[in-house]
Design a protein. Structure first.
Length: 361
């Protein structure tokens, strides 16, 4: 009986072949888009969507280089943030702390921790301090109250945390939609940001605060912001926003609204799990195209369309579009209007029963 990894890689390569038949038996990394033979198993690695040490159980597949890169940059501080968000603890409860702080202006070596009642305890390690540092600490001592300054490293890593959310959200969509998600050129800025975490490729408004909500487990779906809809992922206490096919300039629009409030509605969906991808699929939410692979525009692949009407209604599936419909989609997407609205022909439609499987793989 094939191992689970072999089964999943077979599903991934079968999904790839639906788009590019010449690549049967191959794997395209969803983030760097490099091609690998499926037999190069040492170069195709299992990756946690969210870091394992903070409870992440969802897994997908990446090339070895991308997986190592994310572990080095995104996972460390993203995982630290998730730990705080899910534990309900404050910033002083971070696992990664500075080993130095100042007392009355004198730098000391030690550690601090938050107690159950919310107060802080400080410990000074004089044996790890130089004689000059100990002397400076004693000289700074004054009767009465002490002024303690504590650096919080996680506050300096907000951009890496944002990129961590973006990476996890992107991989969640790949996990459920496969190459119907990956092969969208308007996601190139997202991939560029994921692969260049120390640079600022897209605005930080790609990740929005979910307010008082903290999601029990990650999900994909749609978010409505002031009547505009976008693909999103819900992770911990954040919405991760992605450009839609109808609105590829999503991040420009969100950046223009930075600092202003939004009217927000969201809805989660289930497409598949265990990397059991459906046929090539495009997704419409209400009257806006959410996902639509480039192969659908150039007529090389005919997609099934999933129409979500919102408010928790089950989707309808529409049989593959003809070339006239695809050309109209491509034309409307490049109009100067803020959002190209899609009128779906109510052709051959049928209810679609989605799988209801547990999220962990």
């Amino acid at each position: 009986m094939p191992k689970r990894k072999d089964q999943i890689l077979e599903r991934i390569t079968s999904n790839l072949a639906q788009f590019e038949p010449s690549r049967i038996g191959s794997f395209v990394c969803p983030t760097c888009l490099k091609l690998f033979p499926i037999t190069s198993k040492s170069e195709i690695t299992q990756a946690h969507v969210v870091p394992r040490y903070c409870g992440g159980g969802l897994k997908t597949y990446l090339c070895k280089a991308c997986n190592s890169h994310f572990g080095k940059y995104q996972d460390e501080w993203f995982g630290e943030y998730l730990y705080l968000a899910r534990s309900g603890k404050g910033l002083f409860a971070t696992k990664k702390q500075s080993r130095t702080f100042t007392i009355n202006g004198a730098q000391v070596t030690g550690e601090f921790r938050e107690t159950d009642d919310g107060s802080l305890e400080f410990y000074i390690y004089k044996d790890l301090m130089s004689p000059d540092a100990v002397a400076a600490m004693k000289a700074a001592e004054t009767p009465g109250r002490r002024k303690i300054s504590v650096p919080i490293p996680i506050l300096e890593k907000s951009h890496l945390i944002t990129v961590g959310f973006l990476t996890a959200g992107y991989l969640l969509w790949f996990k459920e939609l496969g190459y119907s998600w990956v092969f969208q050129a308007h996601l190139d800025p997202v991939r560029a940001q994921i692969l260049s975490p120390n640079e600022r490729v897209i605005p930080s408004t790609c990740v929005l605060d979910a307010g008082d909500v903290c999601f029990d487990r990650p999900w994909i779906g749609f978010v409505e912001l002031d009547n505009n809809c976008y693909p999103c992922a819900g992770i911990a206490d954040r919405f991760v926003i992605f450009p839609s096919f109808s609105s590829p300039r999503t991040y420009e629009r969100l950046a223009a609204r930075a600092g202003k409030g939004f009217s927000v509605k969201y809805e989660s969906i289930r497409i598949s799990d265990y990397h059991q991808f459906p046929d090539p699929v495009g997704i419409i939410y209400r009257d806006q195209a959410m996902t639509f692979a480039d192969h659908f525009c150039n007529n090389s692949v005919a997609p099934v369309l999933l129409l979500y009407l919102g408010d928790g209604q089950p989707p309808q599936a529409f049989l593959p579009m003809d070339s006239t419909q695809r050309k109209r989609w491509q034309h409307e997407r490049h109009q100067d209007t803020a959002t190209a609205r899609i009128k779906v022909q109510r052709g051959p439609a049928f209810p679609l029963a989605l799988q209801d499987l547990p999220l962990d793989s």
